[in-house]
Design a protein around this ligand. Structure first.
Ligand code: AMP
Length: 411
């Protein structure tokens, strides 16, 4: 299968050549012809499946071949995404794929000044990538009009609902023209997503990228049981012993992120952080520095991490397990992408056994355990079974209530 056989035009094929994409991924093979034919699509596809090109390539082709030139403050397509980082990443992809096409594109998200975004919209845009909150702000300021909108994409729709954007999404949807093509991408399909899909899509083609709720096969995963208070020490030990080059580390809280960065800095390891408390320019700077390998360790919280696109990342370390099991799948999607192999190592303490069990249930696998010599925990992490359940310890027999001593069992 080639990109040309999917019906893509020459300017896109040349851009894909430059990116060394030789073969379409399964989600691309299914989505591209359907979208080009004008169908609505609902796809179960997580990060790492090539979903972005799956919707972006046919979208760019349709916009360059169909429809009227864009009027001022109007947009011809809208890609809604949950986070600023994903917005940047999707826009970067759109620019790379569309570099040989005369289309106007821009990205809009909160946490930065709205004025440059309003200026960009003045001449109209063929593609706007936006987070729901900032899009609504722009709409309320009359900076964006939807009357020319041909295509709507909801990317990582499950995450948008998780982050509490359903009110904003409803408000945006109410303002869009009813006649349009709608594409919905989501890593998981909960009841809420199905309900949204039923409202939005007309006779959609349903695509399953094949890895729903399961983790990428190319990623080797294991856990290292450890006492909570020794996690930092263990991380530093593994970093040195295994000679990890670049590591993306997930920590539960913003404070935990900063604490780990400080310890690493004190030991002369270059590290930067990315979390919701940091201003947007600082978050983007940290990501860029990590991508250019100027820092060895990037420490992140889940919310900040959703949109990170870092190729060929050999290691992801879960310093803390995620509270929401689905986030485990997203986290380790950062490694082993597009066929590369990767490793995902979780440092797990006894308190986290329920979280571990939830992950094993979701991904339907038992994560192998490897204790590190010198770090064997005092508080053992209870065993889980093949169904991802915590193995309960057998209860002690109850003492008789009468107070009389139990009769010794007869031999
Ligand atoms: P996504 O699932 O859209 O986040 O894409 C995951 C990664 O795979 C990105 O780094 C893309 O640049 C890359 N990618 C997407 N499609 C292909 C392809 N057909 N061949 C090689 N790499 C690809």
């Amino acid at each position: 299968m080639t990109f040309a056989s999917l019906g893509l035009i020459d300017p896109l094929l040349r851009a894909l050549d430059a990116l060394h994409y030789t073969q379409p991924t399964p989600v691309q093979t299914n989505a591209i012809p359907a979208i080009l034919a004008g169908r609505d699509v609902m796809a179960a596809a997580q990060t790492g499946t090539g979903k972005t090109a799956g919707f972006a390539l046919p979208l760019l082709q349709k916009l360059s071949m169909e429809g009227a030139p864009v009027a001022s403050n109007s947009i011809r397509s809208l890609i809604l995404v949950p986070t600023r980082e994903l917005a940047e990443q999707v826009h970067e992809s759109i620019r790379a794929y569309g570099k040989n096409l005369p289309l106007r594109t821009h990205v809009a998200y909160g946490g930065v000044s709205i004025n440059p975004q309003m200026m960009k919209l003045r001449k109209g845009l063929d593609v706007l990538v936006a987070t729901p909150g900032r899009l609504l702000d722009l709409y309320q300021k009359n900076a964006v009009r939807f009357n020319q909108l041909q295509i709507l994409v909801l990317d990582e729709a499950d995450r948008m609902l998780d982050l509490g954007f359903s009110r904003e999404i409803d408000a945006v949807l109410a303002a869009l023209p009813a006649r349009r093509q709608t594409l919905l991408f989501s890593a998981t399909f909960s009841e809420a997503i199905r309900a949204l899909a039923a409202r939005l899509l007309v006779d959609p083609l349903s695509i399953d990228a094949g890895k729903r709720n399961t983790t990428a096969k190319a990623v080797k995963q294991w856990i290292v049981p450890v006492d909570k208070k020794r996690k930092t020490e263990l991380f530093c030990h593994l970093l040195k012993k295994k000679a990890w080059t670049q590591v993306l580390v997930f920590v539960k809280t913003r404070r935990g992120v900063e604490e780990l960065v400080e310890v690493l800095a004190a030991r002369g390891v270059s590290a930067d952080s990315i979390h919701g408390d940091k201003p947007q320019p600082a978050r983007l700077r940290a990501l860029e520095r990590f991508k250019r390998a100027e820092v060895q360790i990037l420490v992140a919280t889940d919310v900040a991490a959703r949109g990170l696109d870092i190729d060929d990342l050999p290691q992801v370390v879960n310093f803390d397990l995620p509270i929401v099991a689905e986030d485990y799948v997203h986290r380790i999607g950062r490694t082993g992408r597009a066929g590369a192999t990767g490793e995902a190592i979780s440092l797990v303490c006894a308190d986290e056994v329920q979280l571990l069990s939830a992950i094993e249930t979701l991904t339907q696998q038992l994560l192998p355990r490897f204790e590190e010599a010198g770090f064997e925990p005092d508080h053992r992490v209870p065993l889980t079974d093949a169904r991802g359940q915590v193995v309960k310890k057998p209860k002690k027999p109850k003492k008789p209530k009468t107070g009389k001593p139990a009769l010794p069992a007869k031999a």
